[in-house]
Ligand binder design. Structure first.
Ligand code: UDP
Ligand code: MG
Length: 299
């Protein structure tokens, strides 16, 4: 019989976990499959770990981090632990409807897909300004990056083993899931649904955290900002040439010559900083090689 693994990153989810567990348990029992639920406690400061330990169920596993490493790290730890033929990461707040799981499983069984992803078609219940910046982010990153990022795509997806193995074969420390998921490719079918508000607790994302996340996405999957600095340098050099040529016709002045030299130097330094940064950034990302998470305890 085939096995399904559910991976649940949890950060301060004491209020949501009991509700989530009840609903997911019911769904999985009805699916007539072997299954496991892997909760990853991402260094929670509330009773999350206590609650996880109190669940007496041999199908439930938990991994607890030594501190908060972020959702990406928690998801990775869960995917590494998962032993299923099918694997689905899910949020603990029931914003990823468990009722979709049987539908997704059915698609993978009967159609020629390796992965079923979900995307929100509305951003109902989200601050307007946040939706605006999210939309802008997707527009920019899709212009400057070779992998396609789907607007509104959630991390909630059901994947065949081969997709997860491919994801785990990417060893980079800067893990930007949305990028990694599309980088590995495979045939993906998208299910759309309306945004659902979280069942309990509060969102862990501040505007600043989201901003850093967006920057991370751009830096991990595009070197366009570096090329832009080179372009800017070339622009400066062009301007200085235009000034030089103008002076040739209009007549020289020492102030203008000085100005031209300054602008030229600016241009050149932009170009060289840009080129060096490209090499440096590659080296930097490769060389850190720190563990992505540290486990304090697990069962
Ligand atoms: N999460 C986590 N580590 C973090 C932040 C969030 O493991 O540092 C988990 C969180 O417990 C939840 C999921 O990631 O299960 C999504 O977080 P949240 O619901 O706060 O994000 P939103 O749905 O508002 O985008
Ligand atoms: Mg949520």
């Amino acid at each position: 019989m085939e096995k399904l693994s559910i991976v649940v990153p949890c950060y301060n989810e004491e209020a949501a976990i009991p509700i989530f567990y009840k609903v997911i348990k019911e769904t999985l029992e009805n699916m007539k499959l072997k299954y496991e639920i892997i909760f990853v406690d991402d260094g929670s400061k509330d009773k999350t770990l206590e609650i996880l330990k109190s669940i007496k169920d041999d199908k439930v596993k938990y991994i607890s981090f030594s501190r908060n490493f972020g959702k990406e790290a928690a998801m990775l730890a869960g995917l590494e632990e998962a032993a299923g033929d099918y694997i689905a990461p899910m949020d603990a707040d029931l914003q990823d409807p468990p009722s979709l799981l049987p539908v997704m499983y059915d698609i993978l069984k009967t159609e020629d897909f390796d992965c079923v992803g979900t995307r929100r078609v509305t951003r109902k219940g989200e601050p307007k300004i946040r939706s605006f910046f999210a939309r802008m982010f997707y527009r920019i990153i899709n212009k400057i990056s070779k992998v396609e990022m789907v607007d509104g795509a959630r991390d909630f997806r059901l994947m065949k083993r081969c997709v997860v193995d491919a994801i785990l074969s990417l060893k980079e420390c800067n893990r930007y899931s949305k990028g990694i998921f599309s980088f590995v490719g495979f045939k993906t079918k998208w299910l759309e649904y309306e945004n659902i508000e979280r069942v309990a607790g509060t969102t862990k994302w501040s505007f600043w955290k989201l901003f850093l996340y967006a920057v991370e996405g751009i830096v991990s999957f595009s070197v366009a900002p570096l090329s832009i600095s080179i372009l800017m340098g070339l622009l400066f050099i062009l301007i200085s040439f235009i000034i030089l040529i103008t002076m040739f016709f209009v007549g020289f002045s020492s102030t203008l010559i000085l100005l031209t030299i300054i602008i030229n130097c600016f241009g050149l330094s932009f170009v060289f900083t840009g080129i060096v940064s490209i090499y440096l950034s590659k080296l930097f990302l490769e060389s850190k090689n720190r563990p992505i998470y540290i486990v304090r305890e697990k069962n």
